[in-house]
Design a protein around this ligand. Structure first.
Ligand SMILES: *Cc1c(COP(=O)(O)O)cnc(C)c1O
Length: 389
């Protein structure tokens, strides 16, 4: 890999100066990159409200930065809610986007001032009607996209559009505000056309609600799904925006509904570099073609998205600068769990002169890493994260 594909010289110097001398493993998050990504997104979608999906990186400095930039927040639990409220964010800027929630938690959020809830089932809608009377609800629909997302989110969430219509009608009868429709096309979604398919379902529902049920829906929540820069090539956000806005204008003309975006990965992914060290290098037989490289991070220290070898992080080591011959490797973590192998089938090449103690830098690790790290599996502490400016 070429470092310059993932990081400017200045950016790299900043990360490296900070990282040198600190004991690995740890994550360095550059808040400046998140700030840039936020600006880029809001420039691409000037009419949209951004609700940052906190689960991607719930670090307090990230929340504070996005709070100051005017972002709203999408939370999935009352614990995330508390983090955002503790940062002084107005509850009006918070949506409760998880469709799976305890009645007591709905009440808690309502008591704290949250008035915007996602739902995709009768039972959850009933809870919201009882615990959060008068709130706005949006119904999440099932959409395609599982084939082309590197981290699919389909099936578990959302319901068929016909059922979503029933729920919106029910919401109105229960004294709630049937506010809009949401979908999530799957995370790290590479195929822009899936937004088109999702939006045409939404348009059908908007029309149905208007003409058959006399309900004017107000909002489309397009979820997340925009990609970050990993190994495989993706279109820039500008191309996504251009296409998606074209679909929207085709459907609604100039009079767009309120648009909400819930980016996670695309906002924070590229801000992070996970710094690790090679612990052991071995071969399994005298003629083994691949070296096994064991590092001090693995699936339980923040690299869980390598499960199924789904997310393919760019991996950099300074020895690459000498352009030495490279050989294929298997990359594995330090724990005593045999699932703790990051890449075995996806082929990664690393310098043949790589040695124990060398640092491996996992690029684009700002999203879905430290929040996913185990508490003390095999005694390894949770992944440390540093936030720098
Ligand atoms: C995870 C999630 C997101 C963020 O998705 P990304 O692909 O990381 O942008 C947005 N909305 C909801 C409801 C989510 O569950």
């Amino acid at each position: 890999m070429r470092l310059s594909d993932y990081c400017s010289d200045a950016e790299w110097k900043k990360i490296k100066d900070f990282a040198d001398g600190k004991e690995t493993p740890f994550l360095v998050v550059d808040l400046e990159i998140i700030s840039q990504k936020y600006d880029e997104l809001t420039t691409c979608f000037p009419m949209a409200k951004v609700h940052y999906a906190l689960k991607a990186n719930p670090g307090a400095p990230v929340i504070e930065l996005l709070r100051d930039k005017g972002s709203s927040f999408d939370i999935a639990s009352i614990y995330e809610l508390n983090k955002v409220l503790d940062a002084g964010v107005d509850p009006e800027r918070i949506s409760y986007g998880n469709t799976i929630k305890k009645a007591a938690h709905v009440k808690y959020a309502y008591d704290k001032g949250v008035r915007l809830f996602a739902t995709d089932s009768k039972a959850d809608l009933q809870n919201i009607a009882e615990q959060a009377p008068g709130s706005k609800v949006f119904v999440r629909i099932l959409v395609e996209g599982g084939e082309t997302a590197e981290w699919p989110l389909s099936r578990k969430f959302g319901c068929h559009p016909d059922m979503a219509i029933d729920l919106l009608v029910q919401a109105k009868m229960n004294g709630l505000v049937p506010y809009g429709i949401s979908f999530h096309v799957g995370s790290q979604q590479k195929d822009i056309a899936v937004w088109d398919a999702a939006l045409s379902k939404v348009k059908y529902m908007f029309d149905w609600m208007k003409y058959e049920e006399d309900v004017e829906l107000k909002m489309i929540n397009m979820g997340g799904g925009f990609p970050a820069n990993y190994i495989s090539e993706v279109n820039p956000i500008q191309v996504y925006a251009e296409e998606i806005l074209r679909y929207l204008h085709d459907d609604y003309g100039d009079d767009l509904p309120e648009i909400i975006l819930e980016p996670g990965r695309s906002l924070v992914g590229e801000s992070g570099v996970l710094v690790s060290e090679v612990v052991l290098i071995s071969r399994k037989s005298r003629t083994d073609l691949k070296r096994w490289i064991y590092t001090d991070v693995g699936l339980f220290q923040g690299l869980i998205e390598t499960m199924g070898e789904s997310i393919k992080y760019p991996i950099y080591t300074e020895k690459m600068e000498q352009h030495p011959p490279e050989g294929n490797v298997v990359l594995a973590g330090p724990t005593c769990d045999s699932t703790d192998i990051m890449y075995e089938h996806v082929s990664y090449g690393l310098p043949l002169n790589l040695a124990v103690g060398d640092r491996l830098y996992w690029m684009t690790t700002g999203a879905y890493t430290n929040s996913y790290s185990s508490v003390e599996f095999n005694g390894f502490p949770p992944l440390k994260a540093y936030y720098i400016k």
